[in-house]
Design a protein around this ligand. Structure first.
Ligand SMILES: [Fe+2]
Length: 329
């Protein structure tokens, strides 16, 4: 068994100047801004599936002022263009407010496939109950530290979804407690580092977001900002090993679609992204963007840091409730 690099592709559209100059250039189809990256699934999924399944992965859409509506619609249309069997969404649907939930429901609702989601830190900061409601109105099944089995054509796929770990809502033990080990299983978690807790339970592939790949990836800057400074083990792309035995597995971190603070994205790895996973296929049958990468050393947040993140969610909820009361009176 080996996960040594096989090949690396350098797409022609990777020059950072293309992103810098884009606002100055004549208007082009926003679909062209989105990188479509394909990957095969794991050996375990191949052995359990009788036919391949295409899973489309979108994350960090951040519906709001920073991310343009046409990019959101383009991401949904591009997803439909690839006719996936299943669409998974791994959190951060909003950016600081609930004002764009109507648009969010409309755009995500236009995706023509079964849809399963987990929440991210921004969803908890802005209002998890409201975001979850808007997702459900768009026909999305939201998993919160639980698993569920989906009939996709002739096949069954089990999904296990963690709630957001950044804000202290993830509970891997509860999430895996009802897993059926005989079924092919895919994991969802906004925070990629949680994958390590799912792999030993037969979840050989976990899809994640959160990092936006740093958005600025020129000169591998993202590896420094997120890997070295931010303490992330998994920054962007595929990590782990798809051929691994039960104790290990693979995790994918998508660059996502939107942004919450600034919209600039520079470099190939920083582009808005739709990831497609061809579960049941071998890596040699799929033109992949890159191979499995070694993880960064990583640095877990201190207990004090974790505590402050939990407190931040409560503070924001109280502030939101006060604002709502003022508005109603
Ligand atoms: Fe995000």
């Amino acid at each position: 068994m080996t996960c040594a690099p096989r090949r690396v592709h350098f797409p022609l559209h990777s020059h950072p100047a293309a992103n810098v100059l884009m606002p100055l250039l004549p208007k082009r189809d926003p679909k062209e801004r989105i990188a479509v990256r394909q990957f095969a699934g794991t050996a375990a999924l191949k052995s359990q599936l009788s036919q391949p399944l295409r899973v489309a992965h979108l994350t960090d859409q951040h519906f709001g002022r920073v991310t343009r509506d046409d990019l959101q619609w383009a991401a949904a249309q591009l997803t439909n263009d690839h006719a996936p069997d299943l669409v998974v969404l791994t959190g951060d649907y909003v950016a600081h407010s609930l004002d764009y939930l109507g648009l969010m429901s409309e755009v995500i609702g236009s995706i023509d496939a079964p849809k399963v989601a987990v929440l991210g830190n921004h969803d908890h900061w802005a209002g998890a109950r409201q975001v979850r409601g808007a997702l459900e109105r768009a026909g999305v099944h939201v998993l919160s530290n639980e698993s569920s089995v989906y009939d996709l054509g002739e096949q069954r796929l089990q999904l296990v979804g963690l709630d957001d770990a950044y804000t202290g809502h993830a509970n891997a033990g509860r999430a895996v407690s009802k897993l059926d080990p005989t079924l092919p299983t895919l994991g969802l978690s906004h925070i990629a580092e949680e994958a390590d807790k799912l792999w030993p339970h037969g979840v050989s592939l976990v899809l994640s977001g959160h990092t936006h790949s740093g958005q600025i990836t020129v000169g591998d800057l993202h590896k420094w900002t997120l890997g070295k400074m931010g303490g992330h083990r998994y920054v962007h792309g595929l990590y782990g090993c798809r051929q691994a035995e039960r104790a290990e597995g693979a995790v994918y971190v998508s660059a996502g679609i939107g942004a919450s603070v600034f919209g600039l994205r520079l470099g190939d790895r920083g582009r808005p992204e739709l990831a497609l996973f061809e579960l049941g296929k071998d890596a040699t049958d799929v033109e992949e963007h890159h191979d499995e990468q070694p993880p960064h050393p990583g640095r877990a947040p201190s207990p004090r840091k974790q505590e402050s993140r939990v407190t931040a969610v409560h503070k924001k909820r109280r502030k939101r409730e006060r604002r709502l009361r003022r508005h109603e009176s």
